[in-house]
Write a protein that binds this ligand. Structure first.
Ligand code: SF4
Length: 287
């Protein structure tokens, strides 16, 4: 099977890349999100998963599912380096799709993290509390994470989110005064305040490749599933143009997208250090 011109695994028989030597298991920890070392293409045994292995639990390798509730953020106009600053149409993900994703996670008793952001600000969405409740009802063992720019965050909201069952809160701050204000809020769950740094991801698609191959494994496609505001399942959070999507949840179920699209094959490629897309060659990240 070929994805975008790259040969991929099509069955259990093809568990190793053709022509690649088997060397050591220890070079690559294939459990989700745990790359134990940098790897070179010639030295590492390739560990590939098949859709058959996922039939019992399609989220076996998934640590986090992020549902981007909209493309709305109160800082979009201020942060010119943020992809949202380029958007002039408001897009809101329908409740039907959000619930469909949470229902699917519930069917597999998902125990990882559920978040409601990617580029949006979740605290401005009036539906957030009801989605948190729905997620807790469907996936009681999961950890609900809120990541926010903190503009609307205060003690009242902190108390109510904790009462609702949110498991962790991450705030990205922009400015010393905001940082000091947010530091005074008492939160009884993991609460992290970090300084916001806007990187140059806007230029990621046209960044010149250094010429040096990057073989670092990335586990993003299954490790952190991104549901974009248009209902499509995205490659990763960096793919802000959504050039590499796996399916549309308006018409498909998440488990079908995982099992029937190219998602697992792309995961196998990236998790074995084969950066097939230009964005992956340029990003330098490993999720
Ligand atoms: S290699 Fe970079 S761009 Fe590609 S999936 Fe991973 S984080 Fe995203």
């Amino acid at each position: 099977m070929s994805i975008f011109g790259v040969d991929c695994v099509s069955s259990d028989k093809d568990l190793f890349w053709r022509g690649q030597p088997q060397v050591r298991n220890s070079d690559l920890d294939c459990s989700c999100g745990k790359a134990t070392s940098l790897m070179t293409a010639d030295l590492v045994e390739k560990k590939l998963i098949t859709t058959t292995q996922l039939r019992d639990n399609v989220f076996k390798y998934t640590k986090r599912v992020s549902i981007e509730l909209s493309n709305l953020c109160n800082y979009a106009g201020l942060h010119k380096k943020c992809p949202l600053s380029l958007e002039n149409q408001h897009i809101i993900l329908s409740k039907k799709v959000v619930q469909k994703v949470l229902d699917c996670l519930g069917r597999y008793n998902f125990e990882g993290t559920i978040a409601f952001h990617t580029y949006n600000e979740p605290l401005i969405d009036p539906r957030l509390f009801s989605f948190v409740c729905y997620a807790k009802e469907k996936c009681p063992q999961s950890c609900i994470m809120i990541m926010s720019n903190g503009y609307y965050f205060n003690q009242t909201l902190a108390d109510e989110l904790v009462e609702l069952g949110v498991g962790s809160i991450y705030i990205t701050t922009y400015g010393q005064r905001e940082h000091e204000r947010l530091s005074k809020i008492k939160v009884d769950i993991p609460y992290v305040i970090q300084e916001g740094i806007l990187d140059d991801r806007l230029n990621l698609y046209c960044r010149k490749h250094s010429g040096q191959e990057n073989y670092r494994p990335c586990y993003a496609p299954l490790g952190e599933i991104i549901i974009a505001r248009d209902g499509r399942v995205n490659l990763c959070c960096l793919d802000w143009k959504r050039e590499h999507c796996f399916g549309d949840l308006h018409t498909e179920n998440l488990e079908d997208v995982i099992l029937q699209s190219e998602m697992v094959n792309v995961y196998n490629l990236l998790s074995n250090g084969k950066r097939i897309f230009n964005i992956c060659k340029a990003c330098g990240w490993s999720r």
